[in-house]
Design a protein around this ligand. Structure first.
Ligand code: UDP
Length: 249
């Protein structure tokens, strides 16, 4: 990460976390290819600017392990989490086709081996694809149950030496209260990892925040639904909320 002549942050390698909700229409579940296509067009412009981009897909539009096992006594919790991980592969396939439709070269890598569908996640191979300008879609989370794809995003970002984790959401950043419940809630432009943890803010799961804090990996939470925002945030414009270390680390 460096500053350009105008003082903007310029990222060389970016880890974009796309939640399952970005694969469907607001309030719905499943996959809307219109939504995926619209995001893919934004991503195509970003990649054309030369940034190296890896994307971790969520799966909540299809199934979240914790929720599913809580309401279905017939399913074991680990099984439900594996189902959630497979949901992220379904999203990854949809995103791969949508990106290829707009001319973006991609690779889909999965943390759970499935040879006929995706490459296995191999760190060095992933980095090589990025260096060649391919977008690498990282599916199946960490490959282990009981965590979320936020944690997968934080871990993978560190592994591939990304400069930043960009968390794409449907709100404009991190708020002191839920903006959908209180329309007057105040948005932070900057916040520390410690404050997120201390205030128990529902941004990303605590494991992900801890990992980013430990390795001083910046996070930007932003609204991907405003057209051009993915480009803006990658170009270093100060949109959304930036999460960084305080002076004590
Ligand atoms: N999951 C998991 N291990 C991982 C990542 C995900 O078990 O490393 C499961 C977990 O059950 C989770 C589901 O996959 O609920 C879908 O991911 P997530 O809830 O993070 O999706 P998002 O909220 O981003 O749509």
């Amino acid at each position: 990460m460096s500053d350009d002549a105008s003082g903007k942050l310029v990222y060389r390698r970016v880890l974009l976390k796309m939640s399952g909700e970005s694969f469907c229409r607001s309030g719905e579940s499943g996959i809307s290819m219109a939504e995926v296509a619209s995001i893919s067009e934004q991503i195509q412009r970003v990649v054309a600017s030369g940034v190296q981009l890896a994307i971790v897909c969520g799966g909540g539009n299809i199934l979240r392990g914790k929720k599913f096992s809580a309401v279905s006594a017939a399913i074991n919790a680990p099984t439900a989490h594996y189902m959630g991980m497979l949901a992220t592969v379904i999203n990854g396939l949809a995103l791969q086709d949508a990106l290829e439709n707009v001319g973006v070269a991609t690779r889909l890598q999965s943390a759970i081996r499935m040879e006929g569908v995706a490459e296995p996640f191999i760190r060095r191979r992933c980095v090589r694809h990025l260096e060649k300008g391919r977008v690498v879609i990282l599916a199946a989370g960490t490959g282990s149950p009981f965590v979320t794809t936020d944690t997968a995003a934080a871990l993978r970002a560190r592994e591939i030496e990304a400069d930043v984790v960009l968390k794409a959401t449907r709100v404009d950043g991190i708020y002191a209260e839920d903006p959908e419940k209180n329309p007057h809630a105040v948005r932070y432009t900057d916040i520390t990892y410690r404050d997120i943890l201390a205030q128990n803010l529902e941004v990303m799961d605590a494991q992900a925040i801890h990992h980013c804090m430990e390795h001083k990996l910046p996070i930007v939470v932003f609204n991907y639904q405003k057209t051009g925002n993915i480009e803006r945030v990658i170009a270093g414009e100060k949109i959304g909320t930036r999460v960084m270390a305080d002076e004590d680390g």
